[in-house]
Ligand binder design. Structure first.
Ligand code: GUN
Ligand code: ZN
Length: 454
């Protein structure tokens, strides 16, 4: 096999725009049943098109083409919300948010004070992302500076485009997990200086949530976020009713939960808020006005019993939106399984809030779901000039899917008639077993015959 081919042949699919609720949005995607994706030497996309013409146009030789005929080639998935120190507590029984944090998340995160432990978990975590076809993620570390330092070091070896940050938390959590406004400022500045825009790594200012940050710490977060125009702000909002009540007590003068952040200047472009289950109309309007993004985390929201994300509202208000696994409250690394649960949440929402079907009703069509996990997520992260589709000039992160990886998939696929149906069956039935190969910047880094240096 070729670890760095000039081109890849297969069935090539990617979104070019938001398909909305259109069931066959032909102007929003490209699909080449027998296509070729051509790469530049530096790993960016050079061209894409039908096999015969593209091969001739670029004078490609057979030994320059990695042949995945019969497989589906799509852009790598983008996970817009995940906690790497929580990989070890996926599937922890019995609690809702606040008690789940105390009983499971905080004890797990306390182990990331140890660099070698953080490094070992980082390695496992990043390979688990790749095994699932996720090539970019927005990632929470723990409060420890070295937690995110270890993660970035490992991501750099794999040349992954990831965004992450050290958690900021200075109250209402175990003593050993607290920083202070002063130490968090120094640690964040050092991490930004070392890592932000180093290779493909980017930094996110990451206050955990309003409950665990004092006003002084949120001021520090805002100063850091505004010190340059290309840093991210990543936190949680309106996930759980008990959490919202506590937040209101701690910030009594704020008009709403999201306004706590907005009062400090934390709502803006490149800010991303996980969950947003219980946002009010006012808060949705604020997100839209500030071009801030939400991450819909269905497996987590169902697992913790947090509630049903109002997909319809986010859709009507045109909010920048991505989909997150939210490991470890989420229950799968697979974006397929996360799209599966997202679809079911939208189904439940339709029967709860909208017994009568309306024109404006949002549907999570397969095209929309694949949009939200690729190009839509790239837009939510302001990375659509680099990721999310196979438009020439973008970075060559893509995955090869075997649509017949299991007996059931193979059997079910026989009974599909359209691309839309096949995408929907994937979204319901697929998981890591369909991910046959992963390419990062044009380099084969996971799957049979992958570059040994990975
Ligand atoms: N809110 C604050 N911290 C967390 C966390 O670690 N997980 C989830 N799901 N919600 C949070
Ligand atoms: Zn989270």
């Amino acid at each position: 096999s070729i670890s760095k081919p000039k081109a890849v042949r297969g069935s090539i699919f990617f979104l070019t725009d938001d398909p909305g609720s259109k069931s066959d949005p032909q102007d929003c995607y490209e699909y080449y049943e027998d296509g070729i994706l051509v790469l530049r030497d530096d790993g960016h996309i050079l061209d894409v098109g039908p096999s015969t013409q593209t091969k001739a146009k670029h004078k490609l030789l057979a030994n320059e083409i990695a042949d995945y005929s019969g497989r589906l080639v799509i852009p790598g998935f983008i996970d817009t919300h995940i906690h790497y120190p929580q990989a070890e507590i996926i599937a922890a029984y019995g609690e809702q948010l606040v008690h789940w944090l105390e009983k499971y998340a905080y004890p797990a995160e306390s182990r990331f004070a140890d660099r070698s432990y953080a490094q070992a978990v980082s390695r496992f975590f990043l390979h688990e992302l790749l095994r699932n076809g996720t090539t970019t993620a927005l990632i929470f570390g723990s409060v420890h500076k070295i937690s995110i330092d270890a993660l970035f070091s490992e991501a750099e070896k794999l040349n992954l485009r990831i965004i992450g940050g050290k958690v900021m938390m200075d109250r209402n959590a175990p003593e050993n997990l607290l920083d202070t406004p002063e130490t968090t400022n120094a640690d964040n500045e050092a991490l930004i200086a070392t890592w932000h825009n180093k290779g493909r790594i980017q930094y996110a200012i990451t206050p955990r949530f309003a409950i665990t940050s004092s006003p002084a710490q949120l001021s520090v977060a805002a100063r850091l976020y505004h010190a340059r125009d290309d840093l991210y702000l990543h936190t949680h909002v309106a996930e759980n009713l008990h959490e919202i009540a506590l937040t209101q007590q701690l910030y009594p003068s704020a008009k709403s939960y999201l306004h706590v952040y907005d009062d400090f200047g934390l709502v803006g472009s490149r800010s991303l808020f996980a969950h947003g289950i219980h946002l009010t109309e006012d808060e949705f309007n604020l997100l839209a006005e500030k071009q801030a993004a939400l991450s819909f985390c269905p497996t987590s929201n169902l697992f913790l019993g947090s509630g049903l994300f109002n997909f319809n509202k986010a859709y009507q208000k045109n909010i920048l939106l991505g989909i997150g696994t939210d490991i470890g409250a989420g229950t799968s690394f697979s974006m397929f399984q996360t799209m599966n649960e997202a679809y079911k949440v939208v189904q439940l929402l339709r029967s709860t809030h909208q017994p009568i079907q309306s024109e404006n009703e949002a549907h999570l069509t397969p095209f929309k779901a694949f949009y939200l996990t690729t190009l839509g997520a790239a837009r939510a992260l302001y990375l659509d000039n680099k990721l999310g589709s196979f438009q020439p000039g973008k970075e060559g992160d893509f995955i090869i899917l075997n649509l017949e990886a299991t007996p059931l998939l193979q059997f079910r696929m026989l009974h599909t008639q359209s691309l839309s149906e096949r995408l929907f069956v994937l979204m319901m039935l697929a998981d890591d077993r369909v991910v046959e190969a992963v390419y990062i910047m044009g380099r084969h880094c996971y799957g049979h015959g992958a570059d040994a240096s990975y």
